[in-house]
Design a protein around this ligand. Structure first.
Ligand SMILES: Cc1cc2nc3c(=O)[nH]c(=O)nc-3n(C[C@H](O)[C@H](O)[C@H](O)COP(=O)(O)OP(=O)(O)OC[C@H]3O[C@@H](n4cnc5c(N)ncnc54)[C@H](O)[C@@H]3O)c2cc1C
Length: 648
C-alpha cells in the first residue's frame, strides 16, 4: 500500500510499474568510493567482488515459504488463536504497575486456557502443534508467553516427559485447564547454571511412603521460580534423592505449594522476588521446604522408580546418565526461547525498516538510504532469515527426538546465538528509529526490556556455547591431532569470497578447534583456561550450521525462482557478514588475504545497497515475508507516518 508516494505497509502489494532502477548505480558508487579512499591511503584498491543482484520478490510469496513448515493443522490453530487474540484483553498495555500487570497476565492466561488451545501433553505427543500455539502467545506479549511457558512447557512438559500414566492422567488435564497453575523449581539461590549441585534434599521414608523434602540452608532455597510468588499451586521440584545412605542424584517431585483456595501448604514458605527489570507480569518467587511430606507417587518415575518398600531402580545406571536424561527435557523450553528471540528480531526489524523507509532527515533523504542504517538493519535481517530456517530444521529434528545429542548441541548453540542476535538487533532497531524507538507504543523498547533475560534463562548463553564445544569434543576421536595445518580455501582476491563462503566458515571452525585441541582442551583445566576460545569455536560452529541450513533451504525453493534467488542472496550476505565480523580470525590464520580483506566492507555495503535498491522494494517485501501477522505490528511508526504526524 502506498500513500503520498511513501511505502506505508506492504511492499508485496506495490505495483510493479512503480519500481525505479538504481540499485546497480549505488553498488558502483559504493565500490568506487572505497577504491578512492584506499588509494589515498596508499593501499591498492580491492578487487571488486560486489554482487550484481537485485531482489524481485513478492513479500506474500516469501511469507508462504517461511510459514510453509507448519502443516494445515498448525496453520488452522494459529488462525483461530489470532482471531481470538483480537480481543481487547490482548491489546498491548504499557506502564502498568507490577500488580496490575500480574493480574492482566493471569487473566490472559486464564482466557487462553479456557479455549483449550494448548495442551501440555503436546510437548512430547505433538511438538509442532505445541510450538505453533506457543508462538501465538509470544507474538501477543512475551510476559504472557513466559507465564504460560513455565506452566505448560516447563512444568507440564516435564510431567509429560519424565512422568508416567498416573502423572499424565492426574496432573496434565488440570494443567491444561489451569486448575493447577504450575511452576518449575530447578534453580536455587546458590545454584543456577550448575544444576547438578542443587542442595534441596528428598529423603524417602518407607514407613509413611513419602519423601521428606527439605531446604537445608538459604542457598538451597528455590529462587526465581516463575508463577510461585502469587498464583502457583503445583511445583515440579528438582531435589537430590537420598535412599538411606545412598545418593541417587537430582530427581523431580510434584509438590503442592498452595491448596485449591490459594493458601500456602504447611511447611512451605514463599517470598516474592519483587520488581524486576522486565517481565513484570510474571510472579517469580523464592521457596523454602521445611520437611514437606510428598507422596511416593509424586516422584516422576519414567527414568527411575522407588518401590513402596524403598527399593530404587533405574535402567540408567549412573547418576550422570540420569541427570543428563532428566535435564534433557529442557529442549522444548530452550527451543521456544530461541524461536521467540527470532520473532522479536523480526518485529523490531519490521518496525525499524518501515519507519526508516518513510522518515526523512536532511532534506528529502530517507534515513534508510544512509549506509549506516543499511549496515545496522540489512545484515540483521539476513541473519534473522538464516535463524528462521535453522529453527525450522531444529524443529524437524525435535520431532524425531528431543533428547538426542544432536538436538541438545544444536539447540544450545541456536538458543545462545539467536538471543544474542536479538539483543544486538533490537538495540540497533531502537537506535535506527531515533527518539521514536524509545516510545513504548512503538514496541521495540518494551520487548527489549522484557526479553533481556533470554540470554540467561533456559541455560545461560556463555554456558550453553560451552555445550556446543563439548559436543564437538565428544564426536572427535581421542588423540585426534591438535596441531598442524587445516587445509581449506585461501581467499586471495575479493571476487573469490562469495564462492568460498561455506568452505571458509568450515575452515575457521576447524582451525580454531585444532588450536584448542593443541592447547589440551580435552582436559578440564585447559578447557576453563581457554573459555574465550571455546566461545569463539561455539559461535563459529553455530554460524556454519546456520549457513549450511540456510543455503539448503534456499535451494529447496526450486519452484519459486525469485524467492530462491532472494534467499540465496540473503544467505550470502549472512556469510559475508560473518566473515567481516570475525575478519581478524580469517586474516590472522591465513584464510583471507590482507588484500581481499580490504574489500570485504565494500561487499557488505554493496549487498546491503542491493537489498535496499528500487526504493527499498525488496527490503520491505522481506519484512512482509517474515510472516508476522499485522495485528501484532502495533507500533504506529510502522504504519502511516504522515497520518501520525497529522494527529500530533
Ligand atoms: C526472570 C527469570 C525467571 C526465571 N524463571 C525460572 C523458573 O521458573 N524456574 C527455574 O528453575 N529457574 C528460573 N530462572 C533461573 C535461571 O534459569 C537462572 O538464572 C540461570 O540458570 C542462570 O543461573 P544464575 O542466575 O544463578 O547465574 P549463574 O549461574 O550464577 O551465572 C552468573 C554469571 O556467571 C557466568 N558463569 C556461570 N558459570 C560459568 C561457567 N562455567 N563458565 C563461564 N561463565 C560462567 C554466567 O555466564 C553468568 O554471566 C529464572 C531466572 C530469571 C532471571
Amino acid at each position: 500500500m502506498w500513500e503520498d508516494g511513501r511505502a506505508i505497509c506492504d511492499a508485496g502489494e506495490r505495483p510493479r510499474g512503480d519500481r525505479r532502477t538504481g540499485g546497480d548505480a549505488r553498488i558502483g558508487h559504493a565500490s568506487r568510493g572505497a577504491g578512492r579512499r584506499q588509494a589515498a591511503r596508499g593501499i591498492a584498491a580491492p578487487q571488486r567482488g560486489v554482487p550484481g543482484w537485485q531482489l524481485r520478490l513478492d513479500g506474500n510469496e516469501m511469507k508462504e515459504v517461511v510459514l510453509g513448515h507448519f502443516g494445515p493443522e498448525e496453520r488452522e490453530l494459529q488462525r483461530r488463536m489470532f482471531a481470538f487474540m483480537q480481543d481487547d484483553l490482548f491489546k498491548p498495555r504499557y506502564g502498568l504497575d507490577v500488580w496490575s500487570y500480574r493480574e492482566l497476565t493471569l487473566q490472559r492466561l486464564q482466557k487462553v486456557c479456557a479455549q483449550g488451545f494448548i495442551h501440555a501433553a503436546d510437548v512430547t505427543a505433538h511438538p509442532k502443534r505445541f510450538m505453533a500455539g506457543m508462538q501465538c502467545l509470544h507474538f501477543a506479549d512475551y510476559t504472557l508467553s513466559i507465564k504460560a511457558g513455565v506452566h505448560f512447557t516447563l512444568a507440564g512438559g516435564t510431567i509429560a516427559k519424565l512422568g508416567t500414566k498416573y502423572h499424565h492422567e492426574t496432573f496434565l488435564p488440570k494443567i491444561d485447564s489451569l486448575e493447577l497453575p504450575s511452576c518449575y523449581g530447578m534453580t536455587e539461590l546458590g545454584h543456577g547454571s550448575n544444576v547438578m549441585a542443587i542442595e534441596t534434599v528428598a529423603t524417602y521414608d518407607p514407613s509413611s511412603q513419602t519423601f521428606d523434602l527439605f531446604t537445608p540452608n538459604n542457598l538451597a532455597s528455590k529462587f526465581w521460580i516463575g508463577g510461585s510468588a502469587q498464583h502457583g499451586k503445583l511445583c515440579a521440584v528438582f531435589a537430590q534423592l537420598r535412599m538411606g545412605d545412598q545418593w541417587q542424584g537430582p530427581h523431580v517431585f510434584l509438590v503442592r505449594i498452595r491448596d485449591d483456595d490459594g493458601n500456602l501448604m504447611p511447611n512451605v514458605r514463599i517470598k516474592d522476588c519483587g520488581s524486576k527489570m522486565g517481565l513484570q507480569g510474571v510472579d517469580n518467587g523464592q521457596i523454602w521446604f521445611d520437611h514437606v511430606k510428598v507422596p511416593r507417587e509424586n516422584m516422576l518415575n519414567r527414568l527411575a522408580n522407588v518401590s513402596p518398600q524403598g527399593e530404587y531402580t533405574s535402567p540408567l545406571k549412573s547418576v550422570a546418565q540420569r541427570f543428563g536424561a532428566t535435564v534433557g527435557g529442557l529442549t522444548m523450553g530452550r527451543f521456544l526461547i530461541a524461536a521467540a528471540a527470532v520473532d522479536a528480531s523480526k518485529i523490531g526489524l519490521i518496525v525499524a525498516v518501515r519507519y526508516s523507509c518513510m522518515r526523512t532527515q536532511f532534506k528529502d533523504k530517507k534515513i534508510m538510504e544512509y549506509v549506516t542504517h543499511q549496515r545496522r538493519l540489512v545484515p540483521a535481517l539476513a541473519t534473522t532469515y538464516g535463524l528462521e530456517f535453522a529453527m525450522q530444521e531444529l524443529s524437524r529434528m525435535m520431532r524425531k527426538s528431543q533428547t538426542s545429542k544432536e538436538v541438545h548441541f544444536l539447540s544450545s548453540g541456536l538458543k545462545a546465538y539467536a538471543t544474542w542476535h536479538r539483543v544486538k538487533t533490537l538495540q540497533d532497531c531502537r537506535e535506527a528509529c531515533g527518539g521514536m524507538g524509545f516510545l513504548s507504543e512503538n514496541q521495540i523498547g518494551p520487548i527489549m526490556t522484557d526479553m533481556n533475560v533470554d540470554v540467561t534463562f533456559e541455560g545461560d548463553n556463555t554456558v550453553l556455547m560451552q555445550q556446543v564445544v563439548k559436543g564437538m569434543l565428544a564426536s572427535t576421536p581421542e588423540g585426534a591431532a591438535g596441531a598442524g595445518n587445516v587445509t581449506g580455501p585461501t581467499v586471495q582476491a575479493i571476487d573469490q569470497l562469495e564462492p568460498s563462503l561455506l568452505a571458509l566458515l568450515r575452515w575457521r571452525e576447524a582451525v580454531l578447534f585444532k588450536e584448542f585441541l593443541a592447547l589440551g582442551g580435552r582436559e578440564a583445566k585447559a578447557f576453563d583456561e581457554n573459555l574465550d576460545l571455546v566461545l569463539s569455536i561455539g559461535r563459529a560452529h553455530t554460524e556454519r550450521r546456520i549457513f549450511e541450513i540456510f543455503q539448503v533451504a534456499a535451494i529447496d525453493v526450486a519452484n519459486k525462482p525469485e524467492i530462491k534467488d532472494a534467499l540465496l542472496a540473503l544467505c550470502h550476505l549472512f556469510g559475508v557478514w560473518c566473515v567481516e565480523q570475525d575478519l581478524s580470525t580469517f586474516v590472522s590464520r591465513g584464510g583471507v588475504s590482507r588484500q581481499a580483506a580490504l574489500g570485504v566492507r565494500d561487499v557488505v555495503n554493496a549487498m546491503c545497497a542491493s537489498v535496499c535498491a528500487e526504493d527499498n522494494h525488496g527490503l520491505l517485501a522481506l519484512c512482509t515475508g517474515f510472516g508476522i501477522p499485522e495485528q501484532f505490528i502495533t507500533a504506529p511508526i510502522a504504519h502511516n507516518w504522515t497520518k501520525i504526524n497529522a494527529k500530533m
